[in-house]
Design a protein around this ligand. Structure first.
Ligand code: MG
Length: 386
């Protein structure tokens, strides 16, 4: 039995993780859950999965959960402290499925205890890559991917020497604006940008997929997870989202992992390791019906966010943390209809250029950069509106 603590239980990855827990009750259980403000869903999850500890964003919601669940043994905490409690609670594996850099401190706290972490929350490695790796190494904790591309790469790497890897290739669907021109993108509202062609995901990551910032963040994540320099990480646009990534070897061999775009497949791989969980009710991959798979080079002119992620990674230190924080603020402003779609990358670029790059090896330095970049981005968005 694998005992899971789960940060972000009511989000897209959280609910799909719990779907797997309900399918495999002899193999998986949960000891601790965190949610933000989705109190009703959390209450339902408490009744179904019986965690010992839950955390919510606000104190008043903690009282609501207590009353609705009605279990005197359930411990209920809240706020940033609550996330730390869930992250460090007794479990075999922490599933990190928060959205944004808010996940960094809890994941670092878990790693410091030697807890293995399965990471869907890519902003953790984007903002704190070197720090997170150092903490994991020091405590002997494993960092496992929980993103379709990185799970694909991990499977293609399994059993092969790292020295034989020439390059890894992340695939990208291209998002809803793959064929759109700049003017169409500038005029697009949240309803167009939220229409992802293949994947059903949360709002923030769906917008990041439309700008390709998500792919840029995945490149940064891959740099740390697989210990490869930027030049050995490539991106291929693959609109069908069937090949989830490739590894190219020194002998000219390429290995790929294929599957329908359903996040439960990569989540099941990481939670099930070294076994594989059967998922017989998912629709089968029908290559005959697909007929062909296509590939294109990403267009860095129309999708400057991808270029910005490469530049931030090359700049090193706190540059990716600044880029991420500016992007979080800009995506929220776009969803609130305060700025146009194309202003997300423009804001991120301005903030990336404006902030000094610090070494970024301590949590304090990363948090400081994160806060400065957020304040700066908010100011720029305000100025833009007036
Ligand atoms: Mg992905």
């Amino acid at each position: 039995m694998k005992r899971l603590a789960l940060l972000g239980a009511t989000g897209s990855i959280g609910t799909q993780t719990l779907d797997l827990v309900s399918r495999f009750p002899d193999e998986l259980c949960v000891t601790a859950l965190s949610a933000g403000r989705s109190v009703d869903l959390l209450v339902q999850q408490c009744k179904q999965f019986h965690p010992e500890l839950v955390s919510v964003a606000r104190a008043e919601d903690a009282a609501r959960v207590r009353e609705a669940v009605g279990d005197p043994k359930l411990r209920i905490v809240h706020g940033a402290e609550g996330l730390l409690e869930v992250a460090t609670y007794d479990a075999d594996l922490l599933v990190g499925a928060l959205v944004g850099s808010a996940g960094l401190a809890p994941v670092v706290a878990a790693l410091r205890l030697g807890r293995d972490v399965a990471l869907a929350n890519k902003e953790v490695l984007v903002t704190g890559g070197p720090l997170v790796l150092a903490e994991a190494r020091r405590a002997g904790a494993k960092l496992l991917p929980l993103d379709s591309e990185h799970v694909a790469i991990a499977q293609c790497l399994a059993g092969h020497p790292q020295s034989a890897v020439k390059k890894i290739w992340l695939t990208a669907s291209g998002g809803p604006f793959r064929r759109a021109d700049r003017a169409t993108m500038a005029a697009a509202g949240p309803e167009q940008a939220l229409k992802h062609p293949n994947w059903d995901m949360g709002a923030k990551i769906t917008i990041d997929s439309a700008t390709l910032m998500n792919k840029g963040f995945e490149v940064i994540e891959a740099r740390w997870l697989f210990d490869l320099p930027l030049e050995r990480i490539g991106v291929l646009v693959h609109p069908e989202s069937i090949i989830h990534s490739f590894v190219e070897y020194c002998d000219g061999s390429w290995l790929a992992q294929l599957g329908i775009p359903d996040m439960r497949i990569p989540i099941a791989y990481t939670l099930g390791m070294p076994e594989r969980f059967p998922l017989p009710d998912l629709p089968p991959l029908d290559l005959l019906a697909l007929g062909a798979l296509h590939f294109e080079a990403p267009d860095l002119e129309r999708f400057p966010a991808l270029r910005l992620a490469f530049e931030a990674l090359a700049a090193g230190g706190t540059a990716p943390a600044a880029l991420n924080a500016a992007n979080e603020i800009a995506v929220a402003a776009f969803l609130a209809r305060e700025i146009p779609f194309t202003a997300i990358a423009e804001t991120a670029e301005e903030i990336l250029a404006a902030l000094p790059v610090l070494p970024g090896l301590s949590l304090e330095e990363i948090v400081e950069t994160d806060e400065r970049a957020r304040a700066h981005a908010r100011r720029r968005i305000e100025e833009r509106r007036h």
